[in-house]
Design a protein around this ligand. Structure first.
Ligand SMILES: *[C@@H]1O[C@H](CO)[C@@H](O)[C@H](O)[C@H]1NC(C)=O
Ligand SMILES: *[C@@H]1O[C@H](CO)[C@@H](O)[C@H](O)[C@H]1NC(C)=O
Ligand SMILES: *[C@@H]1O[C@H](CO)[C@@H](O)[C@H](O)[C@H]1NC(C)=O
Ligand SMILES: *[C@@H]1O[C@H](CO)[C@@H](O)[C@H](O)[C@H]1NC(C)=O
Length: 833
């Protein structure tokens, strides 16, 4: 128990300190190799994408190997240098997902201990009236000493504090301890080993999911200004304002690609949204396929009758034709212009455009740069544009640029069963504007490096944060002019603060990390520079990049411009065992000759078959239209044909894995590994030992052994390298493939291997002697067919790549005839991609 593959993680601590919304988190994981050979220890954690990693180190037998933050190019060079010296190095990159994975692995000697320590920082954002921090918890084994400790200090005073975990059962609920009084809040979660078990004697851990802490602070006034050491931060969140009426135009893509589940989920979400529209609001729907359709000619008031009519309309929305995105969005802008000019909508109101698309414009104006330019000119800063990109077929970059240029933001809607909820959740965030045109003005001659200080909308339950630096480092007084337009009148007042008051508010704070305001300012500045950079071009983009890089290096933030390089100890490579050993019980594979093994877990047994085809043949192994993942393999033969047998021995000599939505291709041969990302190509050899993280992909190459590729949806592929003696007269090097977490692929997955991911069952009727006395034959009922099968063994090379481990299985003859859908030649494709 608690020991997985010889590695025991005996301690894991997540220590989080939050001061004025700025969170500083340290994850410490300690492991020992209880086996009697070298073992690979993997440390992987998922972080919120809004966080920046700021430090990492690993300590092996008392020696600390620090991670160093470098500019991406420099990091790459250092990595290449380390590899060319035969050293191994880990390369950590920020990637652009909802959470991002940080992975480092190291080989440690039998009996040795390793400590990993990772630090990351994040500014907690207020949403729906609460600050929320989530911690992804997944120790993957029972941990003797497991603890999450959160300490919050809020000088304004804490009003509520909640903590919950998606994995928390009734039994675990009272292990979460939380207390708060005045300015301090504490949350601790420390389940004992037995409390971590999924059942009384199980060795599996229940700790797998999100642990979330939420709190809010007192707000006697809308403003909280804090001044420390020449920096200031201003939190602005007025309460009890009357709601502003809003004018919302929904612009919905109904092109053919939305048909099926997507349009169904869109209808579902719009119906829910209609329930939330307030009577003072105005709204309308614009649909675009090849043509543009409007529900009503003008914006209409959300009376109960109109909402009822809208529901009928939404239920009737169907798909048609191509994607005239330009036509749809311009019609929406015109309609808002007309409504304001004709004084149809209240003067004091917020106008919002929400566009949903799953594709790329291809009717009307389809050049995205032209669309952007026209839209910006037409909106003129008057309305907020939100772009929702449904699925992976969208040009998200374009949607994001266009939204940012028009004071909104873009969001990806993941094509999943909860897509309707994602849409509705987004609407909730932006559906309650309380103020428009908010400006926080500070004396220009006193402040430099001010973060963004003007905002189109202030939404109920959110918070505006502005930070800056005093030109005179010793200045300890600040006045600010606050302005905004509310439902009934304009908001306008001046507020001020001095450093002494801040110091007083912080008095009881024992662990002030003094420069927290400076780091908060750096974090916010960086976040905004990176966002501005998205829509910028040319020299402006170069300047923004340079500025952001400077800050990332100065404050040691891992951002998209920097990498963390960890150079691992030199002499830890070894011949024993296979690195990065996957522990999931459920896997699918082919390996050698090419043997396919299909596990049947409910029978604790397996079915296997071979495919005999000529060298050069390419077989489709997996194809999933939903995730866009395809895996094909090309056969090679022996060095020369074997005259003795009719059937030529074949192996997989080239494997191609593609994800069409991520525009990624991975080509693996026994010589080299190539990643193609659009037009970008990166090459490695099997002599490399490296972890590469790019948007949506994590690739770990374990020198001369195997590689592990994880993609978007969570599915992982392990490719094992089989090396034969270089001068072998007949055989040549070949590859094996194993698929982990195949349930992360969709139900529509097919292919020689993929068709079995949905599970299969069989019945053995009678056993009788076969042609080989050691291998009995039997009659198997599978897929309503009766097949003659033979008891045999196939080798699983995951754990022992040299000799393999024998897996007993029922062998289906004649290229899997009767077991696979169709015949094996149906799976022959013309090329690797
Ligand atoms: C990073 O972590 C290591 C190990 O705990 C520590 O010695 C070092 O001071 C930290 N660096 C920074 C910049 O905090
Ligand atoms: C757990 O294991 C112990 C000792 O092997 C056994 O006596 C007990 O019945 C088991 N409990 C369960 C619930 O399986
Ligand atoms: C970029 O930076 C240079 C040097 O500071 C400056 O002269 C130039 O005006 C900047 N360009 C833009 C577009 O901001
Ligand atoms: C295979 O057959 C060819 C022609 O029949 C012959 O020339 C060659 O020597 C044979 N090879 C072996 C390994 O027996």
């Amino acid at each position: 128990f608690g020991v997985v593959n010889g590695i025991e993680i005996y301690s894991m601590k997540i220590d989080s300190k939050v001061t004025s919304r700025f969170a500083h988190n340290v994850i410490t994981s300690r492991a020992v190799n209880r086996g009697n050979v070298h073992k690979e220890v993997v440390f992987d954690v998922e972080l919120p994408k809004t966080a920046f990693i700021t430090n990492f180190s690993m300590t092996i037998d008392g020696v600390t190997y620090p991670g160093i933050i470098k500019e991406k190019e420099a990091a790459k060079k250092q990595y290449e240098k380390a590899v060319s010296k035969g050293q191994t190095a880990g390369l950590v990159k920020a990637s652009g997902r909802k959470t991002e994975k940080f992975t480092v692995s190291v080989n440690i000697k039998a009996g040795s201990k390793v400590t990993f320590e990772l630090t990351y920082e994040e500014l907690l954002k207020r949403q729906f009236g609460k600050y929320e921090m989530f911690i992804k918890v997944k120790p993957k084994q029972l941990v003797k000493d497991f603890e999450i400790a959160v300490n919050i200090f809020e000088p304004q005073g804490i009003t509520e504090l909640e903590a919950e975990g998606t994995f928390i059962t009734n039994d675990l609920q009272n292990i979460i301890k939380k207390t708060f009084s005045e300015k301090k809040g504490h949350v601790s979660f420390k389940p004992a080993l037995d409390q971590q078990r999924t059942c009384a004697n199980c060795s599996q851990s229940v700790l797998d999911g999100d642990f979330t802490v939420r709190y809010d602070v007192k707000r006697p006034t809308p403003d909280s200004l804090q001044i420390v050491n020449g920096y200031f931060v201003h939190f602005f969140a007025p309460t009890n304002l009357p709601k502003l009426p809003k004018n919302v135009i929904f612009i919905i893509d109904i092109s053919g690609s939305m048909s099926g589940r997507e349009i169904q989920q869109t209808r579902e979400a719009l119906l829910k949204i209609l329930d939330d529209i307030k009577e003072d609001d105005f709204f309308n729907f614009i649909l675009f396929g090849s043509d543009v359709h409007t529900w009503k000619e003008t914006l209409i008031k959300a009376t109960p009758e109109n909402l009822d009519e809208a529901r009928k309309f939404v239920r009737s929305i169907d798909t048609e034709g191509m994607t005239n995105l330009y036509g749809g969005i311009m019609r929406g802008i015109d309609m808002l212009n007309d409504a304001h000019e004709g004084k149809l909508v209240p003067k004091r109101s917020a106008s919002i455009i929400i566009m949903l698309t799953d594709g790329q414009p291809n009717v009307g104006i389809s050049n995205t740069q032209d669309i952007q330019a026209h839209v910006k000119k037409a909106i003129e800063g008057k309305y907020t544009l939100y772009n929702l990109g449904f699925g992976y077929g969208v040009d998200y970059n374009f949607l994001e640029k266009m939204a940012l240029e028009n004071k909104g933001l873009a969001r990806r809607i993941y094509p999943d069963s909860d897509a309707a909820l994602q849409l509705q959740g987004f609407y909730d965030e932006v559906s309650n504007p309380m103020l428009t045109d908010v400006e926080l003005n500070y004396p220009e001659n006193e402040i430099s490096d001010l973060t963004k200080n003007s905002f189109k909308h202030f939404y109920d339950g959110s918070e505006i944060v502005v930070a800056g630096r005093f030109i005179d480092n010793n200045q300890n007084y600040l006045a600010v002019d606050v302005r905004g337009e509310g439902a009934n009148d304009a908001l306008s007042y001046t507020t001020h603060q001095d450093a002494e008051q801040t110091a007083k508010a912080f008095q009881e704070q024992e662990y002030i990390f003094g420069e927290y305001i400076e780091r908060l300012w750096a974090y916010l500045t960086l976040e905004q520079l990176l966002e501005k950079r998205i829509a910028a071009t040319g020299e402006e983009k170069e300047n923004l990049t340079a500025e952001a890089l400077d800050l990332s290096l100065k404050y040691k933030f891992v951002t998209p411009l920097t990498s963390m390089v960890v150079t691992k100890p030199e002499d830890y490579d070894n011949q024993d065992g296979i690195a990065d050993k996957p522990t999931e019980a459920n896997y699918m594979n082919f390996d050698g000759d090419p043997h396919f093994i299909v596990p049947v877990p409910q029978k604790d047994d397996a079915i296997c078959f071979n495919i005999n085809e000529n060298p050069g043949t390419v077989l489709n192994l997996i194809s999933d239209p939903v995730t866009g993942i395809t895996v094909n393999g090309e056969l090679i033969g022996d060095k020369r044909a074997n005259n003795d047998t009719k059937i030529q021995n074949t192996y997989f000599g080239k494997i191609g894995i593609a994800n069409k939505y991520l525009h990624l291709q991975l080509i693996v041969t026994p010589e080299k590994i190539t990643i193609k990302n659009g037009n970008e190509k990166t090459g490695f050899t099997w002599l490399d030992s490296v972890t590469v993280q790019q948007d949506g992909l994590t690739l770990t190459i374990n020198r001369e052994k195997n590689l592990v590729l994880s993609m978007g949806s969570g599915v992982s592929f392990v490719i094992v390298l089989h090396q034969v003696w270089k001068k072998h007269p007949l055989h040549q090097d070949f590859l094996g493939l194993y698929v982990l977490e195949s349930d992360k692929l969709s139900e529509q997955t097919h292919g020689l291997l993929g068709q079995f991911f949905h599970g299969i069952d069989f019945t053995i009727l009678e056993l009788h002697p076969g042609s080989d006395p050691k291998k009995p034959d039997a009659t198997m009922i599978v897929k309503n067919k009766e097949l003659t099968v033979t008891r045999g063994w196939q080798k699983d090379y995951r754990t022992d790549p040299k000799h393999g481990v024998d897996i007993p299985c029922w062998f289906v003859h004649n290229n899997g005839a009767g077991l696979i859908d169709g015949v094996h030649t149906d799976y022959i494709v013309s090329s690797l991609f």
